[in-house]
Design a protein around this ligand. Structure first.
Ligand SMILES: [Zn+2]
Length: 302
C-alpha cells in the first residue's frame, strides 16, 4: 500500500491507497506552524493513517507534499510562507521519525498527479493539467502519468504571466493573470465576505456579477494557456473554485462568448476540457501517495 501526506496551509492530511488505488484510510488535523510543528503534525497524521491499515509494515511507498519550493532530489522544502516555514528537511525529518524516506514534491505538482488519477477513469487524457485557484494561481502538468517539471520546476507556473491588467503583483511584475484569478484578486475586487459574492451575483447585484465575470475571465484565460501548451483536460481545484457551480457557469459563458467570434477558439473546444473538482476529493494527498515511481505502479496505466 501507499501512504501520502499533504501538508496544507490550514490542514494536514494523510491517506493510504491500496493496490487498486482506492483510499482505505484518511486522517486529517489542523496544520502546525513553524518548522518543528509542521513536521510533527505530518508525522502524527501519517502514524495514525498507517495504524488504520495495520501499521507501517503494510506500507510499501511513502510520499509527502507541501507548499513552497520543494526539491524532490534533496527532499528539502523552502519558503512555505503560510506555514511559517523558511527551510525544512521534509524527507529527512519524516524519515527520522518513521524510518521511511518519502518522495516529496510541491503540493500543486502532487495535486496534478492526484487529479490525473481521479479523473482518468472518466476523462481519458495523455496530458492533464491541474489548475489551483487558491490564494494564488498555479498549475502543473501530468504527462503519461508523470509530473512535468520544466526549467527549475517552473512548468505550469502560469499565475505570473502578465496579461495587461495593469495591477501590481506580489511577484514584482504588473498585470499578472493571478491579479484577476485568485483569492487575492477576490479580496481586492470584493471587500465583503467571500461567501456573499455568488448569492449576490445570482440575485442580480451588478457589481457582484462583474466580479464573478472578471474572475471567470481570468480562470478561462488560464485554461486557454494550459490547453495551448499541451493539456487535453484541465482539472480546476483550490478553495476559490471548488463547489462553485456559478463560477463554472461563468467560465463557460466567458469561453463561449469569445469562441462565438473565433474559429480558433472553437477548435480548442475549451468548455469540454474543463473539469471542476468537487470538494472532498483529497487530490494532493492522493498525488503524494503516487509520487514514488509515480502513477504507473498502481496499475492505472500511463
Ligand atoms: Zn505576478
Amino acid at each position: 500500500m501507499r501512504l501520502g501526506i499533504d501538508i496544507g496551509g490550514t490542514k494536514t492530511a494523510a491517506l493510504v491507497l491500496d493496490a487498486a488505488g482506492e483510499v482505505v484510510a484518511h486522517v486529517a488535523a489542523p496544520s502546525g506552524h513553524g518548522t518543528a510543528q509542521t513536521l510533527s503534525t505530518a508525522v502524527d497524521v501519517a502514524d495514525r493513517a498507517a495504524a488504520e491499515v495495520g501499521g507501517w509494515g503494510e506500507i510499501d511507498h511513502v510520499g509527502a507534499c507541501m507548499p513552497g519550493l520543494v526539491d524532490p532530489e534533496t527532499g528539502w522544502a523552502r519558503h512555505a510562507v503560510n506555514l511559517s516555514v523558511q527551510s525544512l528537511d521534509l524527507a529527512g525529518g519524516i524519515e527520522a521519525a518513521t524510518g521511511r524516506r518519502p518522495h516529496v514534491d510541491n503540493d500543486v505538482k502532487a495535486a496534478a498527479l492526484g487529479a490525473h488519477h481521479a479523473v482518468r477513469p472518466h476523462v481519458p487524457a495523455g496530458t492533464t493539467a491541474y489548475l489551483n485557484v487558491g490564494t494564488g494561481l498555479a498549475a502543473a502538468f501530468v504527462h503519461r502519468g508523470r509530473v512535468v517539471r520544466g526549467a527549475g520546476g517552473a512548468a505550469g507556473e502560469i499565475g505570473h504571466i502578465p496579461v495587461g491588467t495593469g495591477i501590481p503583483c506580489s511577484c514584482g511584475q504588473e498585470g499578472c493573470l493571478e491579479t484577476i484569478a485568485s483569492g487575492t484578486a477576490l479580496l481586492r475586487l470584493w471587500p465583503r465576505p467571500a461567501g456573499e459574492l455568488f448569492p449576490a451575483a445570482s440575485a442580480g447585484d451588478e457589481h457582484a456579477g462583474d466580479v464573478v465575470a472578471t474572475l471567470a475571465h481570468g480562470i478561462a484565460l488560464a485554461v486557454q494557456v494550459l490547453v495551448v501548451t499541451g493539456a487535453e483536460v484541465v482539472v480546476i481545484g483550490g478553495g476559490l473554485a471548488r463547489d462553485r457551480h456559478e463560477l463554472e457557469e461563468a467560465i463557460g459563458a466567458d469561453i463561449s462568448r469569445r469562441a462565438a467570434v473565433s474559429p480558433f477558439l472553437r477548435r480548442l473546444d475549451l468548455v469540454s476540457r474543463v473539469v471542476v473538482l468537487e470538494g472532498g476529493v483529497p487530490v494532493a494527498a492522493i498525488g503524494a501517495a503516487l509520487l514514488p515511481g509515480q502513477i504507473e505502479q498502481v496499475g492505472v496505466g500511463v
